[in-house]
Design a protein around this ligand. Structure first.
Ligand code: NAD
Length: 261
C-alpha cells in the first residue's frame, strides 16, 4: 500500500493527464487502491522519465488495471469517448480532471492564440470532462465523485500569469457550480489546489526545485520545500473516497502553507 490507503476496488477511475507528474502519481495511487484506471492523456510517455517513480505499467503490477486512452481534453468529443471507454469497465465512478498546460505572458504581450489554447485545455477540459462524466453518473444512478486539479493560482495572482490564473479561477467556480447542480444525483465535485510542485510542468522539476531552494518565489513556503506529485495524490484520493461523502464544492490547498501568507 502507498501512502493513500483507500479502497477503490471495483471502481473505474479516469485520470486526465495521467502520464506525467501529478496525474501519474494520482493514477498510480488509484491503481494501488485497486481501481481500474483509464489514463486520458495526449501523450502516452511520461515526461518525467528520469524521476525515481514507478512506471505507469506498474499500476497493473500493484493490483489495479490500467488503460491508456489517447485523449486531447480540449476536444469535448474525446472526453465523451473516454467516458464511453469506461463503460466497458462498468462506467466511470471517479473522474479526475487533471490535465493542464501553462503559458506565461503579461497583459500586453500574451497573444490571443496562447490565451485561447490555455483556456481550451485547462478550462474547457475541466468543464467538458465534468459534464461527460456527470452525464454518465446521472444516467447510471449510482452517484460518483469528480476531483479537479486547480492550483494556488485559482485564488492568488502572480506576475505574468493572467492566462493560467484565469483558467484555475474558472476551475474553482466550475467545481462549486457543478457541486451545486450535481448534488441531486449524488455526484460530489471537489478540487485540489497544488502549490509549487516539482514536475516537468512549465519549467521542469529541476528548475522548480532550484527556484524554491533559492527562495525565488513571490513568498516563502512555510514547510520550506517544494511539493512532489506524491504529496498531492492522497488528497485527490481522499476527496474521491467514501470517507469524504459529505464534502462537495470544496477546494483543498496542498501547498506546504504557501497561501497562508
Ligand atoms: P505535467 O506536465 O507533468 O503533466 C501534465 C500532463 O497533462 C502531461 O502528461 C500532458 O501530456 C498532459 N496534457 C497536457 N495537455 C493535454 C491535453 N490537451 N489533453 C490531455 N492531456 C494533456 O504537469 P503537472 O505539474 O503534473 O500538472 C498537472 C496539473 O497540476 C495541471 O492541471 C497543472 O495546472 C496543475 N498544477 C501544477 C502545479 C505545479 O507546480 N506543477 C501547481 C499547481 C497546479
Amino acid at each position: 500500500m502507498g501512502r493513500a490507503s483507500f479502497d477503490f476496488s471495483d471502481e473505474t477511475v479516469i485520470v486526465t493527464g495521467g502520464s506525467s507528474g501529478i496525474g501519474r502519481a494520482i493514477a498510480l495511487d488509484f491503481g494501488e487502491a485497486g481501481a481500474t484506471v483509464l489514463n486520458a492523456d495526449v501523450d502516452a510517455e511520461p515526461k518525467d522519465e528520469g524521476a525515481e517513480r514507478p512506471t505507469h505499467e506498474e499500476i497493473e503490477a500493484s493490483g489495479g488495471a490500467a488503460e491508456y486512452v489517447e485523449t486531447d481534453v480540449s476536444d469535448p468529443a474525446q472526453l465523451e469517448s473516454v467516458v464511453e471507454a469506461a463503460r466497458e469497465f462498468g462506467g466511470v465512478d471517479v473522474m479526475v480532471n487533471n490535465a493542464g498546460w501553462f503559458t506565461r505572458g503579461d497583459i500586453f504581450s500574451v497573444d490571443r492564440e496562447a490565451f485561447e489554447r490555455i483556456h481550451g485545455i485547462n478550462t474547457n477540459g475541466v468543464f467538458f470532462g465534468t459534464r461527460a462524466a456527470a452525464a454518465d453518473m446521472r444516467d447510471r444512478g449510482e452517484g460518483g465523485a469528480i476531483v479537479n486539479t486547480a492550483s494556488i493560482s485559482a485564488t492568488h495572482a502572480q506576475a505574468d500569469q493572467i492566462p493560467y490564473d484565469s483558467t484555475k479561477g474558472a476551475i474553482r467556480m466550475i467545481t462549486r457550480g457543478a457541486a451545486l447542480e450535481l448534488a441531486d444525483y449524488d455526484v460530489r465535485v471537489n478540487a485540489v489546489a497544488p502549490g509549487h510542485i516539482a514536475t516537468e510542468f512549465g519549467a521542469g522539476a529541476e528548475q522548480k526545485e532550484e527556484t524554491v531552494a533559492a527562495d525565488g518565489l513571490t513568498k516563502p513556503i512555510p514547510l520550506d520545500r517544494p511539493g512532489y506529485p506524491e504529496d498531492i495524490a492522497p488528497t485527490t484520493l481522499f476527496l474521491a473516497s467514501e470517507q469524504a461523502d459529505y464534502v462537495t464544492g470544496e477546494m483543498v490547498y496542498v501547498d506546504g502553507g504557501w497561501q497562508t501568507f
